[in-house]
Design a protein around this ligand. Structure first.
Ligand code: EPZ
Length: 427
């Protein structure tokens, strides 16, 4: 198996470029199913989740051409079945966007129940509530969700929970429905605005994305479009956390500073110096870190996808910090692994209490999920000695070229192949 091997305790210096946003790309690529012509999508991150969703579309008959390493041309005119491949789909949480896109195009969709990171229950009841409001019915059979409607009619949908996935999925199903759909209590993340902008570039009529009320007036047809995906706010935040933990002076390029406001605010509270430019942000950490409290919230609050990474930083802050995880039921599975590096953290339900320590010491750890894995990298960069990280496939689902990007900042990190310890050797 492959592992990341980090020789930590070195400050980071230099420049890093941010790739396109994973959580925008995994919705925008399926959205191309709605177009009656070719879509050209630029600034696509080269990560496994994107490869998986593209492969599912190809399996369904789409023709996808890699124009270059970050540009795809998608021709979905030859997709003639609303059924997505079970095996590929069940391992990916974001595959649920196929439901909305296929329903929007065919008034029918049959997709495996989503898989994905396992931190708490990951229901889709709000997605289904939205589809039913548009006139669809659904059945759960054989691990598949089967959603169909004679035709889709616009309606009002009030989301009981602020849900990124449900907001995006209902948009996808509603863009060609008859009449007006209003989503209330909608999620406001940057990737939701990105999807709305892509849909509008194909001829949809989506207004209000980025606020908690989104209005979608159905259109008869949607054409091909060329669109560039926004930078990944969580990838950028992860590099900001890395230099906060390890110390040093880096500049993060190709970002939208406004998308990073809540992360910037918290790092500044910890004593990190941050300078914003038009499309870059400079992060300097020379002083000891001060403690601070974090409450994760839907955007524009502090993003839950930065919670494990910021916890790794707070392990080294002076004093006691408290993290409230308000979005997911059980997003502290990484704490056990941080303890192996010497962290002093106690967890009670949705609250983690972190007692800062003078230093972390390298040890073998596991990535428990995508962002938990990112937290192991952040902690390993700061820890004295060697940290080996297993299950790096989780990390590579969401971080393009993370080893090369960190090496570019002076980190001593390598991807190393460890032959599986065979039973014979063990005997
Ligand atoms: C998206 O997941 C992201 N994934 C997650 O990022 C992110 O943590 C999450 O949004 C919140 O920002 C993708 O975009 C692929 P939700 P999603 O629906 O859409 C509850 C990462 O690290 N809920 O906003 O699945 C749910 O249980 C990943 O990149 C319902 O109750 O999240 C949770 O408590 C991890 N019913 C809360 O809402 C539903 O029908 C927020 O979930 C849907 C959600």
């Amino acid at each position: 198996m492959d592992k990341f091997v980090i020789n930590g305790g070195r400050k980071l210096h230099g420049d890093v470029r941010i790739s396109g946003a994973k959580n925008a790309a995994v919705a925008i690529i399926p959205a191309a199913i709605l177009a009656e012509d070719i879509c050209r999508i630029e600034n696509v991150p080269n990560i496994n989740d994107v490869t998986s969703i593209a492969r599912i579309l190809q399996e369904m008959g789409a023709v996808i051409r890699m124009v270059n390493k970050s540009t795809l041309e998608i021709d979905s005119r030859h997709i003639n079945s609303p059924v997505a491949s079970y095996d590929l789909v069940r391992h990916m949480r974001a595959s649920y966007y196929l439901l909305g896109a296929l329903l929007g195009r065919f008034s029918h969709a049959k997709v495996a129940l989503p898989g994905g990171c396992n931190f708490g229950v990951r229901p889709i009841d709000q997605h289904l509530k939205g589809f039913m409001a548009l006139g669809a019915e659904y059945k759960l059979e054989g691990g598949m969700v089967n959603v169909s409607a004679d035709h889709l009619t616009g309606n009002n949908v009030y989301l009981d929970v602020v849900s990124v996935g449900a907001t995006m999925n209902i948009m996808l199903a509603a863009v060609k429905a008859d009449g007006m759909t209003v989503i209330e209590n909608a999620a406001r993340e940057p990737h939701i605005v990105d999807l709305a902008n892509f849909l509008n570039s194909m001829g949809a009529d989506v207004r209000g994305a980025g606020t908690d009320i989104i209005k979608i007036r159905g259109v008869k047809q949607m054409k091909g479009a060329t669109y560039s995906i926004i930078p990944d706010q969580i990838e950028a935040g992860t590099y900001m956390a890395a230099v906060a933990a390890a110390g040093g002076d880096i500049t993060v390029h190709d970002v939208i500073p406004k998308h990073l406001e809540s992360i910037t605010a918290k790092l500044e509270e910890m004593g990190v110096e941050i300078t914003e430019y038009d499309e870059a942000i400079r992060v300097v950490r020379e002083k000891p870190l001060a403690k601070c409290n974090i409450k994760t919230m839907p955007h524009p609050g502090f993003p839950t996808d930065m919670q494990p990474q910021i916890a790794a930083v707070l392990c080294l802050a002076d004093g006691t910090s408290i993290i409230n995880e308000n979005v997911w039921d059980n997003r502290f599975r990484y704490v056990e692994e941080l303890r192996r590096l010497g962290a002093q953290i106690s967890v009670d339900g949705k609250i983690a209490v972190i007692e800062g320590v003078k230093e972390l010491v390298g040890a073998p750890v596991k990535a428990m999920d995508l962002r938990a894995g990112a937290a192991m990298v952040v902690a390993g960069l700061a820890a004295r000695g060697v940290t080996e990280i297993e299950n790096i496939e989780y990390i590579e689902r969401g971080y393009e070229n993370i080893v090369e990007k960190l090496q570019g900042l002076g980190a001593d990190i390598r991807r190393v192949y460890f032959p599986e310890a065979s039973v014979a050797q063990a005997l």
